[in-house]
Design a protein around this ligand. Structure first.
Ligand SMILES: N=C(N)NCCCC(=O)O
Ligand SMILES: [Zn+2]
Ligand SMILES: [Zn+2]
Length: 343
């Protein structure tokens, strides 16, 4: 599908009417990754998975974009460097995803769209910039995977998704609820994006879930307030008895055939699997569990996703960035069609 602005695509669009082009044809001959045999994977300029930049191809079916913003954090800063670190850690991603049996870059034109503009001093301005930048990438219906950035960015991203698809099923992987009303009286922080989104009806509460919630809370009222927003919660402790398949079944039943948005706060992983994050909590998920649950969304209508809260200065041996890059790869892979012929 063309990336160029299409004025007709906007006409008659309202929030309640999904407007993604159901008939849009995928790019005929996608440009894939820079070849691992013609140039070693550790060489060359960095794009996500060594994919072409958006300006290097005529159009895109799926975009990966960075949102280097971290003015909304409450504890350790540094997620503004997340997109660069995740891209660097994505060099080893290969063309074939065997668990999903797809070649995500062969049948869809996947591009690296660079970084969205994000004002580093004014959160409201940054949110507007992120929303507009994301909207330009998705206006013709292309799925978007955003590399954060702190979790504040999920709010403008959901606003952009809503403009194209209407309310979405939201699956939110996180140690934290991120549904506070305000933090230090600030309405736009990484602890508040899903409260703002709920107020604006950006997601379908009955189709949405928090997964991986754990850790100490400022107040017991947090859980009561969150419950009023309509989410179901798969607590991290539930994984002591539920298998990955059980969780997938529960989430799929809830999502149904609604357009799906997946928001992954990397702190849903145990600090052993993701040390480089702003508000780490002990007792988290393994990367294998999280990758398994996300793969379980195969066949659903994924219209967007984010992987946020990677703060690379706290990393060791790129553990966190590698986990984030692989999660983004699975999310992009969910946008690929079933394999039609062997490679
Ligand atoms: N990591 C995210 N998104 N939120 C954490 C907020 C929890 C706190 O600062 O107490
Ligand atoms: Zn979190
Ligand atoms: Zn979060």
């Amino acid at each position: 599908m063309p990336h160029a602005h299409n004025p007709q695509a906007d006409s008659g669009r309202t929030a309640a009417q999904p407007t993604a082009h159901p008939t849009a044809q995928p790019t005929a001959h996608p440009v894939g990754q820079a070849g691992g045999h013609s140039s070693p994977r550790y060489s060359g300029l960095t794009t996500f998975a060594r994919l072409p930049r958006i300006e290097d191809v005529p159009g895109h079916d799926v975009a990966v974009v960075g949102a280097p913003f971290d003015a909304g954090v409450t504890y350790r800063p540094g997620a503004r460097f997340g997109p660069a670190a995740i891209r660097e850690a994505s060099r080893l991603l290969r063309p074939y995803n065997p668990r999903l049996d797809v070649l995500p870059f062969r049948d869809r034109q996947v591009v690296d769209a660079g970084d969205l503009p994000c004002n580093p001093f004014d959160i409201a301005t940054a949110c507007k910039e992120i929303e507009e930048g994301a909207y330009e990438l998705i206006r013709d219906g292309a799925p978007l995977v955003t590399l954060g950035g702190d979790h504040t960015i999920a709010y403008p991203l959901l606003r952009a998704m809503h403009r194209v698809h209407g309310p979405v099923a939201l699956v939110h992987f996180d140690a934290h609820l991120d549904t506070w009303d305000t933090h230090w009286d600030a309405p736009l922080t990484h602890g508040t994006p899903f409260r703002r989104a709920a107020e604006e009806g950006l997601f379908l509460p009955g189709s949405s879930a928090h997964v991986g919630i754990r850790g100490s809370l400022p107040d017991p009222q947090d859980l009561i307030d969150d419950a009023e927003l309509g989410f179901t919660i798969v607590h991290c402790a539930d994984l002591e008895t539920l298998t990955v398949q059980d969780v997938v079944a529960r989430l799929r039943e809830r999502i149904g055939d609604a357009p799906l948005y997946v928001s992954v706060d990397i702190d849903v992983l145990d600090p052993a699997h993701a040390p480089a994050t702003g508000t780490p909590e002990a007792g988290g998920m393994t990367s294998r569990e999280l990758l398994g649950i996300i793969r379980g969304f195969k066949g659903l209508n994924l219209i967007g996703a984010d992987v946020v809260e990677v703060s690379p200065a706290y990393d060791h041996a790129d553990i966190t960035s590698i986990a984030a890059a692989n999660l983004a790869y699975e999310l992009v892979s969910l946008c690929a069609p079933a394999r039609r012929f062997s490679s």
